[in-house]
Design a protein around this ligand. Sequence first.
Ligand code: AMP
Ligand code: MG
Length: 498
Amino acid sequence: MSAPEPTLASALPAQTWINRFARLGDAFHASPPVQPLPQPVWVARSPQAAQWLGADPDTLFSDHALQVFAGNTQVPGMHAVATVYSGHQFGVWAGQLGDGRALLLGELATPHLHDTPSVEVQLKGAGRTPFSRMGDGRAVLRSSIREFLASEAMHALGIPTTRALCVVGSPQPVYREAAETAAVVTRLAPSFIRFGHFEHFSHHGLHDELRQLTDFVLDHFYPHCRTQANPVAAMLGEVAERTAAMVALWQSVGFCHGVMNTDNMSILGLTIDYGPFQFMDGFDPAHICNHSDSQGRYAFSRQPSVAYWNLMALGQALLPLIGDSDAAIAALDRFKTAYPAHFEAAMARKLGFGTPPPQGPLRECINSLLHLLAAERMDYTVFWRRLTDFARTGQTTELLDHVVDRGGMESWLLSFSELHAQFGQGPDASLMARTNPRFVLRNYMAQQAIERAETGDFSVVNDLLKVLAAPYDEHPAQAEWAHSAPDWAAQISLSCSS
Ligand code: AMP
Ligand code: MG
């Protein structure tokens, strides 16, 4: 007798689904019907994400799970809902936005994790919901691959992010600028609650629901704020702090989000909703990665101030509960000190300082370097690895041979070495090798994975996952992914269409 086929229920038993968000009540969500996706196939699976859930990847990714993660069937214990939220898009109030194509399957208890008691499992692209507006509820293979790889890459870089468990593809046509095919990403996060969830209830004057949602987030994610004089203001301050830490890390690795609307801001300070994002190639503070962003509102160097603007929108939404606008402003002000502190700490590590030097000289070192990199349009990721090699070997050839302004680079290297001599024992090359990634998900890499996947060959997606899940390692067989982007990469155009 053969062993029974594994089911998702054997990997994730019914009692582990706790579904606390779903129990908040009908004001917060709706349950759309199952909308079958024909002929689902595995495009990619993240063993690391499966292990994070506490599941064995071999057991988890069964044929039965393929149907569940395609959105075709549900298992006992799940309570699938689409949540309601609104938000500001490009600085303008846009009303109700979502969940237009996301379906929260349920919330798993994760007693094995020290950093979160539970994880939400969400499908993106599972079909229409009552909140879909004009959309078809679907996501295309292209954008699903980008979101999957970026989520796992950011996690491996130590940047707070939602995660991705798998991508399921289907031959079902989906129409964007051209006909494409459908896919579903299974995303994981302690919570997918966004600033826009609070804005939704506040805008409509639904203060009881606003209170209920805020209590939910306070109880589950910010319980220590309960002991403060104004718990909601304390929570706002912590969200400001977490958002500052997240954006500081984005800036340190050259990550451009592309669509920092308030509905794409997580209440837990996680990077969320990967659309036209980009890891910059040549360093350019004014870089705009989203072709739909004609004004450059979300240009790279504007990300910290946009994050603050978004926090103000959240503060405005929470004001009926905070009561006192001075307390709200004080909470928001935490961003102004937290952001530079986190950014400088991240840059100090990249520069090989185990203990950061005094702020003045550190700022001068960072600013003069970024000025030089911008003038040279130097490949950002490659530069930091070359600097790491310089720290290890003392050889300047690789750094000087690739710049026009050799004198400028020489004098910066001199000041860098002097700063280390003054405040330490020289750059810590091993810290730099653990801080400056060799591999980031450049647009052209994602593009190659997508083009192959569109022919039914998912090998590049999976090769990239292996490299990006360990981005500081050498991976000699994949060394070409560590180089600057080829010239054709400049032609890649990214919009909000996904
Ligand atoms: P985004 O700018 O990608 O975050 O999208 C804004 C909102 O539009 C999200 O809240 C989605 O719920 C919704 N949306 C995007 N694409 C679709 C789609 N194809 N069908 C339904 N809703 C969508
Ligand atoms: Mg979004």
